[in-house]
Design a protein around this ligand. Sequence first.
Ligand code: ZN
Length: 384
Amino acid sequence: MPGTSLTQPTVRTVTTLADGRQLIYYDSGAACAGACDGGAACEGGTAARRDAVDERPLDPQAPGSEVRLDPATGDWVTIAAHRQARTYQPPPEECPLCPSRDGRHSEIPAADYQVAVFENRFPSLAGPPAEPVRAAEGLWTSGPGAGRCEVVCFTADHEASFADLTPERARLVLDAWTDRTAELSALPGVRQVYCFENRGAEIGVTLAHPHGQIYALPFTAPRTARMAARAAEHRATAGRNLFDDLLAAERAHGERVVLAGTHWTAFVPFAARWPYEVHLYPHRRVPDLTALDADQRDEFPTLYLELLRRFDRLFGTGRTPYISAWHQAPAGQRDELALHLELFTIRRTADKLKYLAGVESGMDAFVNDVTPEHAARRLREATA
Ligand SMILES: [Zn+2]
């Protein structure tokens, strides 16, 4: 894949769905060796054939969302009223993310796949950019909800979860995230590419099939904007990079470190907001996924899978609901912001969830019921 540091033989096949949306298959060439039929979609003689046609009668969507700047906080808000009609928790036999089999047509026409990425049929953001306009009153700035929303299917297995994947498959997902980051970052008007996974009905997941999402945002996310401001302050006062200092301090202190490899360290942050929250940083700071080197890419899957499995062991309730969020530097802010992953659960005990109520939702002021040091100890001990 040109322009990215993907390790061959990951093979990418770009196709189009019936309503014009893009669908991209990612196949591990090594896993397909010998099974190749040499079809038109085959690149380099290693991939499975990916030329199944979407036979559904689909009309193109006209999303038409809007972004508005909150004049009081400076935060961008996306207004996407058209999404109210989207698919909500369908039964497994109607899952739109399973392969198309037995005469049933899903979002993925192939009878099987490894990793597949497609444009969301009900996107919060879509279409070409335009300069935000300020209303005559001067306070109200808005623009089209430009950008792109994609769905990443981690496996064809409806019953699996990310934690069940092999390191090889997790690596293929990392390659897909990286490729999408490179391509979406290059789209006109895209400020930041955000790859994330919501897991569990408790989080509000509308489809049970293991999948994540990617938002190509036309603005810098509010949390990223605050981090950029903090990093600039730290550079001005300390003369160093904030994230380099933060990671070094956590590694030296050690009490909140959960897992450490040669190239990555996972720790519960000093001021964690969520009952169980882990931040995973590469030791060598990079702005985004496209800048990871081969050693970092090779080590990530095993560490990340171990973190997810430890989350699942925390409460004796099986699969722990979580949000997994890749923080990547926005355009023009690649010098100070550090790629890292923030993984957290809203579960605080086997039968209690953390809700964002008056203090959090009303004031953005979090109250955490679990000390970060206790959370780190429990996650260190949650081995198989
Ligand atoms: Zn499914």
